[in-house]
Structure formats: C-alpha cells, structure tokens
Design a protein around this ligand. Sequence first.
Ligand code: IDP
Ligand code: MG
Length: 149
Amino acid sequence: MERTFIAIKPDGVQRQIIGEIIRRFESKGFTLVGLKIMQVSRELAEQHYAVHKERPFFPGLVNFIISAPLVAMVWEGEGVIASARKLIGATNPLTAEPGTIRGDFGVSVGRNLIHGSDAPETAAEEIKLWFKDEELVSWQPASTPWLYE
Ligand code: IDP
Ligand code: MG
C-alpha cells in the first residue's frame, strides 16, 4: 500500500475546512494513518519547501506556512499519491477544476489550502520529515474488502 504526505495549510485551518478536507479523503476510500495539528517552525517550513528556495515566492511561502497552525497527515491506499493530487487540484485555485479541493475553496495561488506529495520519492521524504515512525498507525479499516477486490 502506498502512503502520501498531506498538509492542510494555515488558510485551510483558519477557514475551518479541516473536516471537509478529511471527509473527501475518507469518502474516496483512503485510510488515515497519521494526523497532528502543529505550529510549524521556520526551519521545518524551509526544509519542506527547500526545492523552491530560489523562487521569488519562497520567503512569503515560508512566512505563510508558519503564520498559524497546520494539520499534517499521512494517508494510505493504492495509488494514493497521484489520486490525492487529483483530489487537491491544480496549484492555482482559479484554474483548478471545480470538484477539487483547491477548485472548490480557493481563489489565489498563495492561499491554496493544501499540500500533497507529488511522487513516491517526495512522499517518502516528506513523511520522514514530518512524522516519527511511532506517530504512524498501521491498521485495516473494516471497509477494506468493500473497497478492493
Ligand atoms: P503544488 O503545491 O501544487 O505542488 P508547487 O509548484 O510545488 O505547487 O508550489 C508549492 C507551493 O508554493 C504552492 O502550493 C503554493 O503554496 C506556493 N506557490 C507556488 N507558486 C506560487 C506563486 O507564484 N506565488 C505564491 N505562492 C506560490
Ligand atoms: Mg509541489
């Protein structure tokens, strides 16, 4: 089973759509195996977005990520990495399709509500960066036989 790192950014927390976002992943059929609300340190935010270090939006992005609490999660399921990106939608909420999280709840790229790992390698790295092994719970929902053949 694949795992991916998902974060509800401070705007999603402040706009009180944590439950709505979790509901979409649950309803789809993915399994929550890690969850915490946290005030992120500047160091962690900079590490998480290190790939964007040279981009002009980097300082603003880091300040935004540490400006209020964030919800960090790990979700599990077959194909969850790519599927989560589809549930999330395009980076710019204005062009994200209706039905996606960004498409339904956002209007600006700097306030796009949610992060999702973009590939197996980044998913593994991000899960390791954000969660200790003992914070992740391996379990099988009762619905599993009704989701997979
Ligand atoms: P992604 O979150 O869809 O993977 P990336 O291109 O990896 O998008 O960018 C990471 C994050 O950086 C975005 O989710 C968004 O919060 C922020 N970002 C990207 N481009 C811009 C921009 O042009 N202005 C402000 N923030 C941006
Ligand atoms: Mg990205």
